[in-house]
Design a protein around this ligand. Sequence first.
Ligand code: SF4
Length: 319
Amino acid sequence: MKEPVLTPWIGPDGQIMRRLELHLTYTCPERCVFCSEEHRMARFKRFPVTWGRAATVVRQHAERGGNGVHFTGGEPTIHPRFRDILRLSKKLGMRTSIGTIGTMLSRPGFAETVLPFLDEALFSLHGPDAATHDALARREGSFERVTEAIRRCVSLKPGFGAFVNTVLTRDNAEKLPQTIALADALGAKLIVVSNTTPEGAGLDAYEDLAVPLSVLADVLPRSVPAAQTAVLRFFGVPMCLLGAHRTLSNDLHWDPRVTVEWTAQPGSVKFDGLYSWAPDRKRVHVSQCDRCTLQGVCMGVFDEYARKWPTTELTPIQG
Ligand code: SF4
């Protein structure tokens, strides 16, 4: 019998969605205080993503016309067949990227083995010094390892896409200019500044973690000059708090994507693809947004923030 032909994933405007996000693991050696995946990891870590399953998803993505795959987790580099999955993806013509804490890539030998098959990595760096970063990652030595990993990848592979993700909490927000300066000096080409998302551990501790809008309005615009060469993006932040830098909002630069991961079904779980059309997860518009000309492109504030605190610091954009 003839195999059915797979059709492309189609995006909200009829475009073919070429980028896939694939969760390879549901475990991680770190326990970041804001981890949005914590609940999903607890739920699904007893269902390992096998080599066969990962390979099938990547092959099907290629058949659907996909040309890029981002591996995430948990921590994707600890998957026992990580290198084989990267190698298969490259063989199928994909651009490969990962979201990582950097531990494995900091180790002599590991980076040399996988870098031939890896184009980009989004490294987690949550402060300009070990005390700040390690406290948020809840793992001693994490800062040393991730900064070493960035240096190692940049030096070993010319043109490598070293990117940095830094999650903002009350404990590190004031240090954002120094964190950006460090990432920039390490050779990051892109720095994503992510506001704590009220999801997973980030929701459990939201009262302690959420950065007041007044602090964001102060620190975000003045952090921008710290990126001398890297491109900056702000994720999960109301655009009006970025002042003159609002075009750096990730709300304007989002790629629709399909995420393949374990999903809960009645009485079972399924490894399945979920569409993400826009960066609007957990974001809402509030009364100030009614008077704002950016309402069509800005996704607003996090729902949990609006439930807990006033949003009077939002400054609707007129004209
Ligand atoms: S007022 Fe609302 S819609 Fe306008 S930029 Fe601020 S958060 Fe976004």
